[in-house]
Design a protein around this ligand. Structure first.
Ligand code: NAD
Ligand code: UGA
Length: 458
């Protein structure tokens, strides 16, 4: 079979790996290669133990790897041999210099652009898959097209909207695919090439095209809007706790307004994940750069409420447990930033674990998929930490359970047995509101949900 298109993706992470596996699966006549500078990551993609946990991903990779999907460290060769190059490298928050703690760190991105320039001996389409500040494509174009040697690069923006834990489903049935390009003849031609790839499985009406800056900006704005909903309901959860209202009832009532909709209105310990915080801070930084301070302040408040919600959770624990946690053993159910992933980047659990240790509590960390990452996150942090995968064993002898990730398995555990094994009075702090609070209370627990009146035996 002759291969119709040769596609390369630089960056074999949470986005590059699953996205390319989906393209390979849906476009059997495309040959897709994913390269990375990290040889361990590539070795893991080539093994039975993939570097990330994502439901459905093992099956997808098994069906395509070695057929038309390849993982490699040969970046130079990859660039030379492919005409369509996705760039999906990390774009973390800058940790140094001007914009530290706010702006996007574009060094990996720019290094990649320079590599593409250096190793290309034919014209190519280069696609921004990473999330980037608006106008990054301009910098990319200037770097790529700085030589006058007849080789031309068209830069497209094609941001990714998948969510971890549902990545495979999101890639297979996306709400939309967004492709931004220059509105020149070359730009429109390149755009069409990418539209044709997605059209193999995505209905045409879900493939949106736009100008390149709108596309770059839409990604930051989508994440900002999603995070804003969580901060909005979390802010209201604080009010509910004072006013004896129930945040779940409030969000149900509010979400049934079809103009508002029910999704992303679950009160919690705050949002985590590698992107919401970094992308909003990036947006805030951009607004300040353009002199739009009022706009920047507005979006920055989303992050401030998120920090407030995490600190509030700790203060509620302290208040409920007689204002001291020193020497008390607290079990953390869940460490991943959300269910169905082993990813702990920016997980609220990291902040909560550190704060509990600062209060001199002992902690027992439990999670079905994220213990390896949890160990790395808490490496070198002072205090007593144990890691126990089994949630029942983890809770044994503890004074309290703090439920931090909404893993389904926590709903149906043997709560009477767990209660018997704990120090009394026993507390549950349900940071995700997923447990049957009345039942836990009837068993004997003192139950503290988020944004609902606590159920206590005092
Ligand atoms: P990641 O850290 O998991 O993966 C990035 C990969 O790029 C790493 O494996 C790294 O080794 C590699 N890399 C860095 N520089 C390189 C270079 N010069 N050459 C080759 N490889 C290089 O990151 P991720 O979560 O996949 O995110 C990638 C981008 O996608 C970010 O901009 C992020 O904001 C965006 N995004 C992420 C998600 C998500 O759910 N994680 C969703 C949508 C968008
Ligand atoms: C998010 C977006 O949903 C994706 O569209 C986007 O592509 C991605 O960021 C990205 O750019 O990286 P992700 O972070 O993987 O995806 O997961 P989400 O489902 O959005 O959850 C983010 C955080 O918000 C989690 O900590 C989750 O527990 C929390 N959350 C979510 C709530 O606290 N309440 C809710 O109602 C929903």
């Amino acid at each position: 079979m002759t291969m119709k298109k040769r596609i390369l993706c630089i960056g074999a992470g949470y986005v590059g790996g699953p996205t390319m596996a989906m393209i390979a699966s849906q476009c059997p006549r495309c040959r897709v290669t994913v390269v990375d500078i990290n040889p361990e990551r590539i070795a893991a993609w080539n093994s039975d133990n993939l570097p990330i946990y994502e439901p459905g991903l093992d099956e997808l990779v098994r069906a395509t790897r070695g057929r038309n999907l390849f993982f490699s460290t040969e970046i130079e060769r990859g660039i030379r041999e492919n005409d369509i190059i996705f760039v999906s490298v990390n774009t973390p928050t800058k940790s140094f210099g001007l914009g530290a703690g706010m702006a996007a760190d574009l060094q990996y991105w720019e290094k990649t652009a320079r590599q593409i320039l250096e190793f290309s001996n034919s014209s190519k389409i280069v696609i921004e898959k990473s999330t980037l500040p608006v106008k990054t494509a301009l910098a990319m174009e200037r770097i790529l097209n700085c030589r006058e040697n007849g080789i031309h690069f068209d830069v497209l923006s094609n941001p990714e909207f998948l969510a971890e834990g549902t990545a495979v489903r999101d890639l297979e049935h996306p709400d939309r695919i967004l492709i931004g390009s220059r509105e020149t003849d070359n730009g429109l031609k390149a755009r069409q090439t990418l539209v044709d790839i997605y059209a193999s499985w995505v209905p045409k009406e879900r493939i949106l095209t736009s100008n390149i800056w709108s596309s770059e900006l839409s990604k930051l704005v989508s994440n900002a809007f999603l995070a804003q909903r969580i901060s909005s309901i979390n802010a209201i959860s604080a009010l509910c706790e004072k006013a004896e209202a129930d945040v779940a009832e409030v969000s149900r009532a509010v979400g049934m307004d079809s103009r508002i909709g029910p999704k992303f209105l679950n009160a919690s310990i705050g949002f985590g994940g590698s992107c919401f915080r970094k992308d909003i801070l990036n947006l805030v930084y951009l607004c300040r750069n353009y002199g739009l301070d009022a706009v920047a302040d507005y979006w920055e408040s989303v992050v401030k409420i998120n920090d407030y919600q995490q600190e509030r959770f700790i203060r509620n624990m302290l208040g409920a447990m007689f204002n001291t946690l020193a020497g008390k053993r607290i079990c953390l159910w869940g460490f991943a930033f959300k269910a169905n992933t082993g990813d702990t980047r920016e997980s609220p659990a990291i902040f909560i674990a550190r704060r509990l240790l600062e209060e001199q509590a002992e902690i027992v960390v439990s999670d079905p998929k994220a213990l390896k990452n949890a160990r790395t996150d808490l490496m070198g942090v002072k205090g007593q930490i144990r890691y126990v995968e089994d949630p029942l064993l983890a809770a044994e002898g503890c004074h309290a359970i703090a439920l931090l990730t909404e893993w389904e398995l926590y709903r149906n555990l043997d709560f009477p047995k767990i209660f018997d094994g704990m120090a009394k009075p026993a507390f549950i702090f349900d940071g995700r509101n997923i447990l049957d609070h009345r039942r836990c209370f009837d068993i004997g627990f003192n139950v503290y949900p988020v944004g609902k009146p606590p159920l206590t035996h005092f």
